[in-house]
Design a protein around this ligand. Structure first.
Ligand code: ZN
Length: 295
């Protein structure tokens, strides 16, 4: 299934860039009310093994969470999951409506007592305290920007005016692999690899911030003599039963578990150039020649 779906991504050449949620997202602030510089721990559209991460994670417990903009509370729960297509396992969650766009705050340890459904909140007010409720493996705020009418999750880092994180390292290619049925077979770029078929080639690429952060990349470009693949994670739209990226590709078209799918045809054309970057910081650009031999 991976291989047939792949083709939709590979035929894409032109780039649909930067379509922000709407004009009224101007002036959106960082959702943590702090002077302290915080790193983010996860980026938008990273792989979560079988689905896209649909927001940004800011680590830490006991941090004051504020709405990114003034608005109206449209959903608030202490329950374990949300209905519909919104992410499950959010723990204590608040959704705030700002015109046609919503912002969401999950895994809170406490919600302020004056916050209730339909209450109006100012951007200076506190919504609650960051924590570890729901499906969460460590205290953090999972934060997202959603447009319910179009079923679009936007990359919050494109929308917020303030960006309190530092990225001065370029992404790294950790390893390559071939997707052989349901397995990934890891190989080194400089070593020969024997393949009996034209299996899809994968790469584990992580962006670093200031040390060893494990962020997903924001954009990827694979240039080959006969085709080009471009991905940018501006938004994810729920369409025909799947969350899809700018190219209309679903998770399985984009990732094989934690690997980005580079495509097929590398047995014929092993030369390519790879560009990968985060939203900030230096990008990576590399010419690569894979030593794939036919078995
Ligand atoms: Zn998250």
């Amino acid at each position: 299934m991976h291989r047939s779906l792949l083709l939709t991504g590979l035929t894409l050449i032109c780039l649909p860039f930067f379509s922000l949620a709407s004009q009224n997202t101007k002036g959106y602030q960082w959702p943590i009310d702090t002077e302290r510089k915080l790193q983010i721990s996860s980026t938008f559209a990273e792989s979560r093994i079988d689905h896209f991460h649909n927001g940004v994670d800011i680590p830490g417990s006991g941090l004051k969470v504020r709405p990114v903009h003034s608005g109206r509370v449209v959903w608030m729960t202490q329950a374990r999951s949300l209905p519909g297509e919104l992410p499950f396992g959010g723990g204590k969650t608040i959704l705030v409506e700002h015109g046609d766009t919503w912002s969401g705050y999950m895994h809170l340890s406490d919600i302020e007592p004056q916050i209730y459904k339909n209450s109006m909140v100012k951007d200076s007010e506190s919504l609650g305290i960051s924590g570890n409720t729901g499906h969460s493996g460590g205290a953090h705020l999972h934060f997202f920007i959603f447009q319910p009418e179009k079923n679009i999750m936007y990359n919050p880092l494109l929308i917020l005016d303030e960006k309190y994180y530092t990225d001065n390292k370029q992404p790294e290619i950790l390893e390559y692999a071939a997707a052989i049925d349901d397995q990934s077979s890891i190989f080194k770029a400089e070593k020969e690899i024997l393949l009996s078929q034209d299996f899809p080639i994968l790469a584990k690429i992580l962006d670093r911030g200031v040390s060893s952060e494990r962020w997903g990349v924001y954009s990827l470009k694979i240039s080959r003599s006969n085709r080009t693949l471009v991905r940018t994670f501006d938004k994810l739209q729920y369409k025909d039963g799947y969350w899809r990226d700018n190219n209309g590709d679903s998770f399985e078209d984009v990732y094989f578990k934690n690997y980005l799918i580079l495509g097929t045809g590398f047995r014929e054309n092993p030369d390519f150039s790879l560009q990968a970057s985060g939203l900030r910081g230096p990008g990576l650009e590399k010419n690569i020649n894979l030593k794939i031999k036919r078995k």
